[in-house]
Ligand binder design. Structure first.
Ligand code: OGA
Ligand code: MN
Length: 303
């Protein structure tokens, strides 16, 4: 019988889970205990889990249907479409396209109409120092806004854009063009209710171009305020990886960012699985936001 121990790692987010061998299937009791801990701590760290690709897939699949990574087919493990390689190892003799994955605050696949429910990232190799990841608690970010601001953002929709992935311009232009073709901009509500906990969370990040119906000039300061607030240090857990840490997080109530705080000549190799989320949002065609120029022209026309 496994003896699960759950130890909080951070004030706002994160707990470590020991006492489980993730190569073994979970029994119902353990699965329920994990889900409960996950809903409470949002990020679960399982140290010492030396899983191969098939084992990571099998563990992840106990929490839902796995993403096949069709949104970003160039970066998956050729032998396992469920596994995304987040690595700075050379691929086919060239610098890896995913060496700069996650360098701005984001939610996985927010630029699609099916943002990932969860992601599970396993550290296979890491530099001696750094290469940390941070997560921020979007329930607390929402709950600590004033009631007036909560009311203001209730109907706000943000336009998520794949081309705002930080460093995407350093990738192979053909692959980037393909990513953009596959992923036209998508509008998502800024406030979302978590389907399991019923709590409201902010759905934000730095891959957002602006808000539906707002001009760029209007959007920018609102977005900056909301992102700064959402990623305040009170809401953040910073994970310092060890090899064989598997980290499972809930994308529906977190933002995360991968820090470039390490010697890029040292290998950092991670494998990621993601669980399919619910369909949400819609493809944003644009056109209904009034730019500053058109406002000025409108004034000129009536004056
Ligand atoms: C990801 C990601 C973080 C990291 O794989 O989704 O953002 O630290 N990675 O590699
Ligand atoms: Mn990510």
């Amino acid at each position: 019988m496994n003896r699960i121990a759950i130890t909080p790692l951070g004030f706002a987010v994160g707990a470590q889970v020991t006492g489980l061998d993730l190569r073994e299937p979970l029994d119902d009791v353990s699965r329920q205990a994990l889900l409960q801990a996950w809903h409470k701590h949002l990020v679960l760290v399982f140290p010492g889990q030396d899983l191969d690709a098939a084992q990571q897939i099998a563990f992840s699949a106990q929490f839902g249907t796995l993403e096949q990574n069709d949104f970003q087919p160039h970066y998956r493990d050729p032998a396992h479409p469920e596994i995304l390689l987040v690595t700075n190892r050379k691929m086919d003799g060239k610098p890896s396209e995913t060496r700069n994955t996650g360098r701005n605050w984001h939610t996985d696949l927010s630029y699609t109409t099916r943002p990932a429910k969860a992601s599970l990232l396993l550290c296979k190799e890491k530099p001696p120092i750094g290469g940390d990841t941070m997560w921020a608690n979007m329930y607390l970010a929402y709950e600590t806004l004033s009631p007036k601001m909560q009311a203001f953002i209730e109907s706000l929709e943000a336009i998520h854009d794949v081309s705002l992935i930080k460093g995407i311009e350093q990738r192979d232009p053909e692959k980037v063009a393909d990513m953009k073709r596959r992923n036209p901009p998508v509008a998502h509500a800024v406030v979302k209710t978590h389907p399991d906990t019923g709590r409201k969370a902010l759905f934000l990040g730095q891959r957002i171009r602006g808000f539906v119906g707002f001009s760029e000039e209007e959007s920018a300061p609102i977005l900056r305020f909301l992102n700064e607030h959402a990623t305040s240090s009170e809401f953040v857990y910073r994970h310092r990886w060890s090899v064989n840490d598997l980290v499972m997080w809930d994308n529906r109530c977190l933002l995360h960012v991968a820090l470039p705080d390490f010697d890029q000549t040292k290998t950092r190799h991670m494998t990621r699985t993601s669980i399919l989320g619910e369909l949400s949002g819609y493809y944003y065609k644009g056109g209904d936001d009034l730019g500053r120029e058109s406002v000025l022209q409108a004034i000129a026309a009536v004056s």
